[in-house]
Structures are given as structure tokens and as C-alpha cells.
Design a protein around this ligand. Sequence first.
Ligand code: SF4
Length: 693
Amino acid sequence: MDAHAALAPAVATHCPYCALQCGMMLQETASGWTVGARDFPTNKGGLCRKGWTSAEVLAAPGRLTTPLLRDSKAGALRPAGWDEALDFVVAGMVRAQAAHGRDAVALFGGGGLTNEKAYLLGKFARKALRTANIDYNGRFCMASAAVAGAKAFGIDRGLPFPLADIPGAEAVLIAGGNPAETMPPIMQYFDAQREAGGRLIVVDPRRSETAKRASLHLQVTPGTDLALAHGMLHIAVRDRLIDRDFIEARTTGFEEARRLVASWWPDRVERVTGVPARLVAQAAHIMGEAATAMVLSGRGAEQQVSGVDNVLGFINLILALGKAGKPHCGYGCLTGQGNGQGGREHGQKADQLPGYRKIEDAADRAAVASVWDMAPADLPRAGKPAVELLAALGGEIKALLVFGSNLVVSAPDNGGLTARLQKLDLLVVADLFLSETAALADVVLPVAQWAEEEGTMTNLEGRVLLRRQAKALPDGVRTDTAILAGLAERLGVAGFSAEPAVIFEEMARASAGGTADYGGVSWARVAAGEALFWPCPDASHPGTLRMFQDSFGTTDGRARFHAVAYRGPAEPPDAAYPLVLTTGRVLAHYQTGTQTKRVPDLLAASPEAFVEIHPDTARDIGVADGAMLRLVTRRGEAVLKARYSRDIRFDTVFVPFHWAAANLLTNAAVDPVSRIPEFKVCAARAEIFATGA
Ligand code: SF4
């Protein structure tokens, strides 16, 4: 048979990885599953190498197909039946709650889970276990942008406009994002923007692939983004680039923000940020003189102890310039994880209920409790956000269930986490493969992967889309929703369907009237391919392509300036640790690499962690290109291969976070509001490494 002969019709679905959710065709052929191009609005037929190779994960060796159970902490994992495994989990949870209270059992979810899974996980925590403690790895990602968007505009939707608006923006500033490597097909929009005469400004400590394509690169010192934003606003005010009519008509709080930035003179900004004053002024003029402009933030600006304030600083700029609530204008967040948007809307956050409702708000509690058929008073209150939750493992928290997350690699300052996970009375991990976290578990539950089940995702634009099932569920594997339904049944709690379409319809009801209103989004409409952007309050509503055109989402309809004082990073460099460590992604891998490290091409392209360092800095410590270097922070050390690059600042080193080494080093200090850890800045020392040292 021809190796390429199709065994079944191709299925139109989406990539399993990032928030661009590129459309693709998936087909089984005589030689295996293959990915084909599909013309979808976000990617227009393009895919990155992760997407093109994603079908290889469907047949990757090491796939879990039976539950694994550890009878005693000293014992090894052994295969078990599903009933035995689920009974074991329930017995452990009941025991922990009986002895230590309801909050002794915690759940940890993921920003890659479908909307239905995120919703069901939140419902399972609050209704079946009645624990307050549920959070997710999205806390490590987009939390600062979400808080800032909600504070300034009243509603957080990552991009409040479609990607299609980007080419029409005369100026775009990307603060701490590198989409050319993290989501390459999106570069079509930025390329079109520049081809139309637009200017692209990139703020990044590294001359990243995105920065190389920019009109202007501001090579900022990590952790000083807010000073840069203040400096740009200072110049905009000084040089009369601001839009007084817009400020008057559509905002509040400008005077306080203006007073605050009055002292951010260009030479002060240069001293703090390392960006030459003339480039700060040039950037302010590019943004201020453009008829249309937008700011897009990425994790670089957001994963800091000032993450919320950094974003608010850039929002201040965009508001002062009158570039919000209009076509081809605005602030948006380049959401990273596959369902980073939907995953933060439907209740797996410690302080939220479905529809972006607040768990401490009486009306929100009553609305959701009525859908869940329970008394509002029985809903737990807000629980611990991710970093605090992980710090309580083995202490107040005795049992943890993990879905869609690989904490041992992704959590900040992860050196002590393994010991805390091992101290738990019960650790349950649902995963495709025996990840670093699953290897520590008492119970491992093998789950379906993207093409083996169906579910909805909400992409970085707020567009709800359907990932279709292309492949049968492997024998021995269950979906996350079936696992949660099975656990709820054993706990004697009704109301847990395992069917994505049923869960979605319930989720839409629970969100109706909330901030992220899916009330009019039905499974049938999504399946029919309607381009539905939330809010979509009723069945006849077409969805909201562009938000804030007439009014912002605040109570008075006005956007808010915030006078946020610059604080700097939690751990600036000093004599003992003179460098700044920053972390990020490489093109070949997604998150902790549980999937992508199993694709031979991707692993060959990027087989191990490394440290990117400026050659002059490396030579000062006597480390050759390709030699091993010891990187030390106050939390730990890692021995990594030095990779020379003239694209990074002299005072900064970069380590990709797809391997555990990066987070042995990072600082778990968190933003006081979003509780996002400061992955992007900590003080570090680089030393020559000799074998046996
Ligand atoms: Fe598209 Fe992201 Fe998948 Fe790459 S990883 S193909 S950018 S969805």
C-alpha cells in the first residue's frame, strides 16, 4: 500500500500547543498520522515546526495506557485497574479531609486544558470536594496581564480585538514577547503591518528573532519595563503627543498618572532601563504620531513582581495617546498556553468561578450555586494561589491532584518542591506520559491527548473554537472529564457528566451574565464554525469581535489610568550575584516539553538546556563557547552549556525553561496582586565549571 494512502477522511482540528490554536488537518495514513495545512484565520495555513510534527506525539513511545499505583511511599509504581486506582484516590482524599479538613485536598490544573476540563475541575473542587484550594499553572503565565486588563478596562480578554487588526496599526509595541519563536505563524500579521508602512517596536533584553524584525529594538534591563513605560508617557506629555479629547471623554485618573511620570526624565529612564534616552523618545514619538497604535505584552513584562504595574504602565501610555477602544488600536496580551484564555475564565483559579465571576462576590456565588444545584453558603471561599498552594504541600495540604501540569519543571524555585510533593499523603497526577511530576505520584492516571477527544478552546483573541476528535481513545486511557466524573460518583456527588458537549452547555449557563459571558455560545454554533468571540450573551448574538468601541467594561464605562510607582525587581544584581538571569522559550519546545521532547526532530533541534551569554561576559569568567558553565543563584545552581550570543545584554543571561534546571534558579517572589512569580528576573553568578569541581 502507498505509505501516504489515507485510511480515513482528514479531520479539521487545531494544534495541541499554544494559544494561537492554529487550524490544521489531521489524517491517518498507511504510514501513520499526518498533519496538513488548513486555512484558519489565526494561522492562514501556516504552522510552526511544533505544529507540523504534533501528530508524532500520538504514537510516541512511553505513552501511559494503564493507571499506575504506588502501594507505599517506598514502593515502586505498578499497573492497576481503573476501579482500583480511582477507589484508592477517593479513599486518600476522604482520609485527608476527615483528618485535616476540606482544604487539606488541593487541585492543580493547567492552561492547556479545554474549557470543559477547566470548568469541571473548578466544579469538582468546589462542589464534590468543597475545598478552597484549586489553582493552576496559568498563574505562572498570563495572570499579571489579566489583572491589569481587568483593572484598567473592567474586563480581561487577552486581545480585545482580532489578530486581523494588527496589520492596520501604524505602530505596534511588543513589550517582553517573542512571537517569532513562540508562535511563528502570527508573524504574518506583523510582517503585513510593516509591509503596509507600519512600525514595530520590540522591548526585550535580548535581540530576539522578533526584535530582529522590528523597526526599533529597546534592549531593556530585565525588570525595568515600568520605568520605560513611564519614560515614554513622560515624553508623550512633554511633546504634546497625548489625546486630551480621548482622555477627557473616555478615561479617569490621568492627572495622577501624569504627575507620577513627571519625574521620569529621559536621563533617569536611561539610567534605570539601560535604553538610550533618544531611543525612548523615538519610541514615544512613533507611538504618539501614529494614527493607530497598539501595545502587546508578553511574559517578559508580566512575569515580574511588578508584572501588573508593568502592564498598567503600558496601558497608561496607550490611553494617554487615545489609542484604545478604536479599530487597529488598544492593549492586548499575547497569551501563551493553548487555552490560557479559556483556562482563566471558567473557575480553576483560586479566587474565581465560571464566567470570570468572583468567588467572594455574593451575587456571583449565588448565580453559580444555582447552576450547580447547591447552597451558596456551601461554596468554599477563595483558596491559595499557585505559589502559596505549592508552599503548603506536606503542611496544611495533604493530598494533591494534578491535571495538565508538570510542576517539578514549571514551578519557580523548584528545588524544594520535589521533597514537598514526596511528603504528601496522596499525590495523583493525570498525564499522557510519565512526566517528572507523575514519576513522584502515588497514583498516575493515563489520559487522552488532544486528537483523541473533543473539546473547546478559547484562543488568544477570545475566539471559541472546537478541537475535534480524530483518533479513537487508546485502550486503557480515559479522558480527564471521565476521571472527574468517576471520582465524583464515588464521592456520592451528582451532577458530573463526562461528555464535553454537555459540560460546555452547563458552563455556558454558569457563565451567563458574568464577565466572560458564554451564554449564547452553544456547542452547535462552535461546531458549525461560527467565529464566536466572547462576550456572547444570547443565542442570537454574533459575539464581540472588538471590545470597548463605545464603552469600557468598568461600571462607568471609562478606562482607568493607574499611578503605579516603579519598584524594580525583588532581587536586583549585586556584588555577589552581578548578572541578571531571565528565562523563556525556544522554538522547538512547548512548556515543560512533556510532548515536544518526544518528537525526535524537535529534540534534535533543542536537546538540552543551555545558558545564553554575551561572549565578552563569558570571556571575563574564562568560559568558552560550548563549554560548561555553573550558574548560581541564591536558590540553587545548574551546570549548563554556554552558548555565546551577541544578541543578549552584557549583564544578562538567558536559560530556556523547558528543563528543570531553569527553575532551580528562579525566584518564587510574587506580584502582590496577580501572585505571578518573578521568572524573568533574578540575580545570578556565572562561574567556570571544571569536571570534578
Ligand atoms: Fe501554531 Fe502555536 Fe501550534 Fe505552532 S505551537 S503550530 S504557533 S498553535
